[in-house]
Design a protein around this ligand. Structure first.
Ligand code: DGP
Length: 115
């Protein structure tokens, strides 16, 4: 837990959010500024600044997250139509919140390339 991290506060319940999924390691909740009909953020309960801050001891956590993202997509009804997972990292990656997170987007066709 990082004291000044908004996503740590959401994960701990200090700031209320509607969890669409949670388990021992992850929580998922709607993005405050949705870019698609379905747009949730999936975050580890553990504070990591970004994927660039992860190390070998985080392998199981990262693997668990990747395996869980399609399950959350299924729960939200976008597994069959398809979905996009985005992990913005650092300044040029467009990361604005310094706690590792995956955007799970769906409910419409996702254009490529991204802006
Ligand atoms: P990124 O730019 O990849 O770091 O994405 C951060 C996202 O987090 C952005 O889409 C807006 C969202 N966000 C920021 N603050 C909050 C918050 O307090 N609650 C929720 N639900 N989403 C937030």
């Amino acid at each position: 837990m990082s004291d000044d991290c908004i996503f740590c506060k959401i994960a701990s319940g200090a700031i209320p959010a509607k969890f669409v999924y949670e388990d021992e390691f992850l929580v998922a909740f709607p993005d405050i500024n949705p870019m698609a009909p379905v747009h949730v953020l999936v975050i580890p309960r553990k504070h990591l600044d970004s994927v660039a801050a992860a190390g070998p001891s985080d392998s199981a956590l990262l693997g668990h997250a990747l395996l869980t993202l399609p399950k959350i997509a299924a729960k939200l009804g976008i597994a069959e139509s398809g979905f996009r997972v985005v992990m913005n990292t650092g300044k040029d990656g467009g990361q604005s919140v310094g706690h590792l997170h995956w955007h799970l987007l769906g409910g419409r066709f996702m254009e490529w390339p991204p802006g």
